[in-house]
Design a protein around this ligand. Structure first.
Ligand SMILES: *[C@@H]1O[C@H](CO)[C@@H](O)[C@H](O)[C@H]1NC(C)=O
Ligand SMILES: *[C@@H]1O[C@H](CO)[C@@H](O)[C@H](O)[C@H]1NC(C)=O
Ligand SMILES: *[C@@H]1O[C@H](CO)[C@@H](O)[C@H](O)[C@H]1NC(C)=O
Ligand SMILES: *[C@@H]1O[C@H](CO)[C@@H](O)[C@H](O)[C@H]1NC(C)=O
Ligand SMILES: *[C@@H]1O[C@H](CO)[C@@H](O)[C@H](O)[C@H]1NC(C)=O
Length: 203
């Protein structure tokens, strides 16, 4: 009982602990979670991507790299801010799950949870001016799986992105490959990113 209370307290602290504050810490967290290898990206961020999920009650939760969130805190859609200088945009934001259906057997990965362009900075906030290529899908790690990594990446938008025909609203979200897509569309490597860990609800 005591332990459960303490664990509960820690998760509250983690929820309240807030956003990424250092590029070094984000880079270290990506490295510890093996994200660059899993996604085939080079992660050398120039700025911090601040991702916030609205909550049914209370303030939004802002991610820091590697935060554990319960599924019901991730209904979204998330909002985005940038800390640091990476130009005014336009930007592309992507969110992918390299751990589907499970981290041990990622045979359906990557799952594309969000892909959208035409994000522009207004102050520190990112606003889109066109609809998403792939609308936000809430994390849904299957029962029995360990936590999945949900990785959010910011790219500088290329001219080719607006005309890309690789992905649209009816393209399967399974079997996506963000590095292959970025390369095909000329996005280069991500300029910012963060990630969260979401496990299935224990019953
Ligand atoms: C990191 O990911 C790569 C690609 O999925 C995999 O081959 C490698 O074994 C992983 N390394 C660790 C330490 O998990
Ligand atoms: C998520 O579920 C927990 C436990 O049922 C509850 O305490 C919390 O308020 C819920 N959070 C949201 C954002 O709905
Ligand atoms: C911005 O993206 C959201 C999510 O896809 C969409 O609902 C909204 O219509 C977009 N805004 C504009 C101006 O297209
Ligand atoms: C959507 O993309 C798929 C490939 O994923 C393609 O076969 C289909 O023709 C595209 N649909 C439209 C309306 O462009
Ligand atoms: C994604 O595409 C890259 C480049 O085409 C390739 O090297 C990599 O193996 C692919 N990753 C997966 C998980 O298929």
């Amino acid at each position: 009982m005591q332990l459960i209370r303490i664990a509960g307290l820690f998760s509250l602290v983690a929820l309240a602990a807030g956003q990424d504050t250092s590029l070094r810490a984000v880079t270290a967290a990506f490295s510890a979670a093996n994200i660059s290898a899993s996604l085939g990206i080079t992660f050398n961020p120039k700025a911090l991507l601040e991702v916030s999920f609205p909550q049914a009650h209370g303030k939004p939760v802002t991610l820091h790299a590697g935060i554990h969130l319960p599924i019901n805190a991730t209904a979204g859609p998330p909002s985005f801010e940038i800390r640091g200088a990476v130009g005014r945009g336009p930007f592309v934001v992507a969110m992918v799950d390299p751990d589907a259906p499970t981290p041990e057997d990622p045979s359906l990965a990557q799952v594309r949870h969000f892909l959208a362009g035409d994000f522009h900075l207004r102050g520190d906030c990112l606003f889109n001016t066109t609809a998403a290529v792939s609308d936000f899908i809430q994390p849904a790690p299957p029962a029995g799986s360990s936590a999945h990594r949900y990785v959010l990446l910011l790219y500088k938008q290329s001219p080719a992105f607006a005309h890309q025909q690789l992905v649209n609203a009816s393209t399967s979200v399974l079997g996506f490959n963000i590095s292959q897509f970025a390369s095909a569309v000329g996005l280069g490597e991500p300029v910012a990113g963060t990630f969260m860990l979401v496990a299935p609800d224990s019953s």
